[in-house]
Design a protein around this ligand. Structure first.
Ligand code: NAI
Length: 780
């Protein structure tokens, strides 16, 4: 375009950023890369090409890691771990700070290399990806510094395997590596096969920072290398990518004892109310769905517009879309760059081509003749069940439908298997803040979108995965409670000679939906005391009883909306009622378990109820000061319906230790009572019945755990499963949980001291809550 043409059309000129330094850096490396293992680059081996998606040119050749490479990387990380952790928080903080400084120093090189490799506009890599990656290292230098004072009961996990996607290559690396290193772990990271170059430049930066060898190891390759890392001798897997692969990793790590966090896909709603500033909402959409070509897990890809303004809004949106400039990612005046790879371009093209519903508007922008480009696209008039309304497209394609009332908007927004993020656009603060808590998502942005910061946890619920990255909550994924635990001894039921302790038949029923219920199968089993006396019978629950309990728990959703104050009162009331019957309960425990320790267990159970009554209105969220015009309210919300397999060895205290924190935080629970000693739980039903606990909030099942637990773990309407039984069902539970990617907290056959401090506290409260970060405008 000539200068006079630019004057004529008032269009933007071309403002290319030079690729010279980045290309020179690639040449300096010989255009071929090995892995970064134990502080040095390995000899390049057989591999694959990394191409610039904007023009198809080969940028470098990368090495496909072999099993031996992965083993060497894991070994190096394992060797480096004790010294790295031993450096202490301040020692590690100095290195993290050095890494942050070096990322800043080389920021232009990183930005250009990122745009060359990924196809994202240089404006984005320069102003968003790279600065946010730096911020993550600065923030976590601080977390390392504060660890000993602020997290005195936590320690590093060990070696973390980390597998990341191609949409934010350096930023995802920072999200994974910075918190892991800060907490004293060492890492083996695999970048995505399309975009490994900035990770290799980062490896170079680790050398420049003098990072001890083996602390960071980077291996390149495709999904099969990811699989090798998942199977390797690591203590944790942190994964960001597609839900399909996340599910496979959940299954592959089941029962292994490896800690796992999954940050998966989304189909995030973008809700525009009729009182919204429509022009701002249109501008927001440019950031929501055309940022990074829509290849963003939290992209506002599902537009929900209030009916009265839908037509006007869509018209404004189309006009704005037609002004978007698509082209060379290194041109500073383009809005939309290249799709990461022709494979992804084909996925997007095929998905859109498969749709025949609604009306499609394709932006007027001229596309470059070569390279992997897709035009900004809007599809209006879709129905909520249409495939494109439900499936993640992961491209610059926005789908839209309308709603009539705020309640409609919430129902539509939540009509998805995902739960990563949501955007609300309204000038009415009452409306926006009324909607935010009702949205099933890990993040809500009000009058803004796609905002991210190291101080605010990022992550989702449902099939968007579990765990958070960033913030204080992100650290729990890289630490574990200090101390060693012993293997749990199997506790078996006693057998007897058939003499009833009491001539009246006492068959305890199940407790479902606030009522004592006969078991569906109609069977019960005798419960014998240590002396051999028959203490009564307990019902044998099956999967239908579980189903009824889940329905009852789902129907008790009102509990999750009650105040902490109310929940505290009910927990205190339960404590009072248990205390009144302390003698009876301790006698029951003694006859079931033998010995004379029952009174201690009852006393501890009463105290525990008091503890969680106390916490019910005190386990507050936080307000994060984020470096954007606003604050992020980190709200603690209930997880939903929690299924808990109670410990066998502490039939009353163990059950209350599971039930009370879950209830205190607003969850509904389905408890599988102690298998050998179920009568403590069935007696406790009478306490529940006299303590104003609403129907369905607590449900009690008895019988062999193995009859119910696999179904519990696979159930689509259960949000989390905890397991403390003495038969190690961890593998079964973790594997089956992949159905809806529910959270799991299992003992892997290790014992817990229920009488001591390990039996209660913040670990339980954290497991009973999800942190939702609600970003609201605040201040100037
Ligand atoms: P992907 O989930 O296959 O790849 C992400 C990472 O996982 C890459 O490093 C890949 O090599 C690795 N990987 C692949 N298979 C693996 C396995 N079995 N075990 C361990 N690691 C494995 O994503 P892909 O194929 O690149 O993109 C496909 C779709 O995934 C996209 O269209 C998009 O819908 C979604 N996606 C979501 C992302 C997010 O941030 N939530 C990021 C990237 C993709």
């Amino acid at each position: 375009m000539t200068i006079s043409e630019i004057f004529e059309t008032m269009d933007y000129g071309v403002a290319p950023e030079s690729a010279a330094d980045a290309l020179a850096w690639l040449v300096d490396q010989g255009d071929r890369f090995g892995h970064f293992i134990d502080g040095a680059f390995t000899e390049p081996g057989g591999g694959f090409e990394s191409r610039n998606p904007a023009n198809g040119e080969v940028l470098a050749t990368l090495t496909q890691a072999t099993q031996a490479d992965v083993d060497a990387a894991v070994k190096a990380a394992r060797r480096a771990h004790p010294k790295w952790e031993g450096l202490g928080g301040h020692g590690r903080a100095r290195y993290l700070y050095a890494l942050a400084r070096l990322l800043q120093k080389h920021s232009r090189l990183f930005a250009v290399l990122e745009s060359l490799d990924n196809g994202k506009p240089i404006r984005e890599s320069r102003d968003i990806d790279i600065p946010l990656a730096q911020r993550h290292f600065y923030f976590h230098a601080g977390m390392a510094q504060l660890m000993e004072d602020e997290l005195p009961d936590r320690e590093a996990l060990g070696v973390c395997g980390q597998v990341i996607p191609w949409n934010f290559p350096l930023l995802m690396l920072a999200w994974k590596i910075a918190p892991a290193l800060a907490m004293g772990n060492t890492v083996v990271l695999k970048p995505a096969e399309y975009t490994s170059l900035t990770a290799l430049l980062f490896a170079d930066v680790c050398r420049q920072a003098g990072l001890p060898k083996g602390v960071v190891n980077i291996v390149t390759g495709d999904g099969s290398v990811g699989e090798m890392i998942v199977a390797a001798d690591v203590d944790k897997i942190a994964f960001t990518g597609s839900t399909a692969v996340g599910r496979r990793i959940r299954e592959a790590t089941a029962g292994s004892g490896k800690s796992l966090t999954l940050e998966l896909g989304g189909k995030s709603p973008y809700i525009v109310f009729d009182d919204a500033d429509l022009d701002s909402a249109v501008e927001g959409l440019v950031d929501a769905i055309w940022f990074n070509q829509g290849q963003v897990c939290c992209a506002g890809s599902r537009l929900l517009v209030h009916e009265p303004v839908a037509e006007a809004f869509h018209a404004k949106l189309r006009a704005r879309m037609d002004k978007l400039r698509v082209g060379d990612p290194l041109d500073k005046s383009i809005d939309v760059g290249a799709i990461v790879d022709p494979v992804q371009l084909k996925t997007i093209t095929d998905l859109v081509a498969s749709n025949t519903a609604g009306q499609t508007h394709v932006a007027a922008a001229a596309l470059p003749v070569e390279g992997s480009f897709y035009p900004p696209t809007l599809i209006t008039g879709l129905n909520p069940a249409d495939r494109l309304m439900q499936e993640e497209i992961f491209g610059p394609v926005l789908v839209s439908t309308t709603f009539r009332t705020p309640a409609d908007a919430v129902a539509l927004a939540n009509n998805t298997r995902y739960g990563l993020a949501a955007t609300v656009w309204s000038e009415n603060i009452n409306l926006a803040l009324d909607i935010a808590p009702k949205l099933a998502s890990g993040i809500v942005w009000i009058n803004g979108t796609n905002l991210m910061d190291a101080a605010a946890g990022f992550g989702g619920i449902r099939e968007s995965g579990f765990g958070r990255e960033g913030g204080w909550e992100g650290l729990s994924g890289y630490t574990r409670p200090k101390g060693t635990s012993k293997p749990l001894k199997e506790v078996s039921a006693y057998t007897g000679d058939g003499t009833p302790a009491d001539p009246i038949d006492r068959t305890a029923k199940l407790y479902i939906g606030g009522k004592q219920a006969r078991p569906d199968g109609g069977y019960s089993a005798p419960v014998w005391g240590k002396s051999g006396a028959l203490l009564g019978h307990a019902s044998l629950a099956n999967r239908k009883d579980l189903r009824n309990a889940v329905e009852a728990a789902q129907a008790a959703q009102g509990w999750s909306r009650t105040t902490g104050h109310l929940r505290a009162q009910i927990l205190y009331y339960m404590a009072e009622n248990l205390s009144t019957r302390a003698a009876e309960f301790s006698h029951r425990l003694d006859t079931m378990q033998g010995g004379r320790q029952g009174h201690k267990e009852v006393d501890a159970a009463v105290r525990r109820l008091f503890t969680y009554a106390a916490w019910a209105d005190k386990y507050d969220g936080q307000v994060h000061g984020v470096p954007i015009r606003g604050v992020a309210l980190a709200m603690k919300e209930p997880v939903g319906v929690i299924g808990a397999v109670c410990p066998n060895e502490a039939p009353l205290l163990g059950m209350i230790s599971c039930m009370a924190p879950a209830m205190a935080m607003g969850n509904r629970v389905i408890l599988c009572a102690s298998e050998p000693f179920p009568r403590a739980a069935t007696d406790f039903v009478q306490v529940l019945e006299t303590s104003d606990v609403p129907a369905g909030v607590v449900n009690v099942l008895t019988g062999p755990h193995t009859d119910v637990v696999p179904h519990m773990a696979a159930h689509m309407d259960i949000d989390a499963v905890w397991s403390f039984g003495s038969r190690d069902l961890s593998g079964v539970i973790e594997k089956a949980s992949a159905t809806n990617l529910k959270r799991t907290w299992v003992n892997h056959g290790m014992a817990r001291d229920w009488m001591g401090s390990a039996g209660q506290g913040k670990e339980f409260l954290a497991a009973a809550t999800e942190v939702k970060n609600i970003w609201v405008p605040y201040g100037e």
